[in-house]
Write a protein that binds this ligand. Sequence first.
Ligand SMILES: [Zn+2]
Ligand SMILES: [Zn+2]
Length: 288
Amino acid sequence: MKVTFYGVRGSIAAPGRDTVKYGGNTSCLLVEPDDEVVLIFDAGTGIRELGKLLESDSRDIYLLFSHHHWDHIQGLPFFKPIYQQGRTIYLLSNYMDKGSETTVLDQMIDPHFPITGAELLANIEVLPFDERGAVKIGSARVSSIPLNHPGGGSAYHVERANSTLAYITDNELSPPGEVKTSYAEWVEFVRGVDLLIHDAMYLDKELPQIHGWGHSLISQALQLGLDAEVKHMVLFHHDPSRTDLQLDQILADSREWMAQHTENTEVFLAAEGDSYQLTRSKSQIRSK
Ligand SMILES: [Zn+2]
Ligand SMILES: [Zn+2]
């Protein structure tokens, strides 16, 4: 199973000289469990670049949404496969009520966009989850549980014969209000995964301003990775104001903290263009 990041920012795209290294596009990642299917998690602005690659590729596309906040859907009108005749694209968003999954296309409407969702040439279908919140896609089994985030959302766990990953963004591990999924449930959901990708938007000192916004502290994400004994973790959904230099420091501090607690969990920071090959038999190979 291979994972490639196309957008790693939270809230809004943040291009510019200070964000070149980690990238300025909002949430989007490509997961290829095998050679047959393409899974895309979230359609932030990063999906535009991915769409160019998939134009000449005939695999079916499964587009899974964590939720429908702007930074997770805004790139969809610029995703070239939606304009390809005969292309099949499945929409999946387990947290939404049945029949509401296509509301992601409602952003394409006058006066906000010149082409409407009804005019797309691709064959766009909704793929439902079963009553346990799971679905089989190609050789992968995808399961989901609710996020702790304003308006709701879904976290995903992807399992193949030889590898597992979890994608959990826009999630507050310790929210002040309603708890949809408890910390103990998160630990169980991600226990031992080969790769955990988790929201790590804020620093401890920022908590008083952001408590209840539906995002986690970097320290909380690291603690989850440690408690769940994940093999590798990628800190994700960087605050748009965070510069490359600040993120370099966050990575160094995070690795130091983890090394003080365990040798078994390796920490990375999400960066556009980075790929991770997941195999249980040996460590992931990271390639640009
Ligand atoms: Zn977000
Ligand atoms: Zn959100």
